[in-house]
Ligand binder design. Structure first.
Ligand code: UDP
Length: 166
């Protein structure tokens, strides 16, 4: 059933998605986000719940060090359990980011009212979800959360299986 919903012949792309602590704390919101994942034909390749130490949060968001929201962000991201996923489908990176909506919740509500951030985001920091923004960052972020997962090996071994629908 799932495989028939994939567009045959299109290569799968991987992305790293996070459901942030504000959403994991609310089981119904987490369930609604899982529904979005399924409805939009993503395949969940890996999933894990984790709690970051502050240093891990700082390392992941190092590119934002010095920005006005950095301290608030790293504190929030290490404040409770979150859920990380490796998701696959064609154009996974841009499709997931489209579903997330813009970074800032007020903008999301205005421009993309049905996006995850518009529906469930609380503030610009507590904005429900994360998604990689390029192939390079997807690979880097997958390695950060799932160090045992080998993207190249998965692409060689498993991706053709999904693509051809065997
Ligand atoms: N962020 C914030 N205030 C801002 C901009 C960003 O708190 O004004 C937080 C927010 O949680 C966001 C994260 O920093 O998701 C990373 O920011 P980025 O610009 O990479 O946005 P994203 O790719 O998550 O949309």
């Amino acid at each position: 059933m799932l495989l028939t919903t994939l567009r045959r012949g299109k290569a799968l792309q991987l992305t790293l998605a996070i459901v942030k602590p504000d959403a994991v704390a609310h089981p119904l919101i987490l369930e609604a986000l899982h529904q979005k994942i399924l409805e939009n034909n993503f395949i969940v390749i890996r999933s894990r719940e984790l709690v970051w130490k502050r240093q891990e949060s700082e390392r992941f968001y190092a590119e934002h060090a010095g920005r006005f929201f950095y301290q608030r962000l790293v504190e929030y991201m290490s404040s409770g359990p979150m859920q990380a996923y490796i998701l696959a489908r064609d154009d996974a990176i841009s499709r997931w980011r489209e579903l997330m909506g813009p970074t800032k919740v007020f903008r999301a509500r205005y421009t993309s009212p049905s996006s995850m951030r518009a529906l469930y985001g609380l503030t610009d920091t507590r904005n429900t979800t994360h998604g990689s923004d390029s192939v390079e960052s997807a690979h880097r972020e997958i390695a950060f959360f799932f160090p045992e997962f080998n993207v190249r090996e998965w692409m060689e071994r498993s991706e053709p299986f999904f693509r051809t629908g065997h």
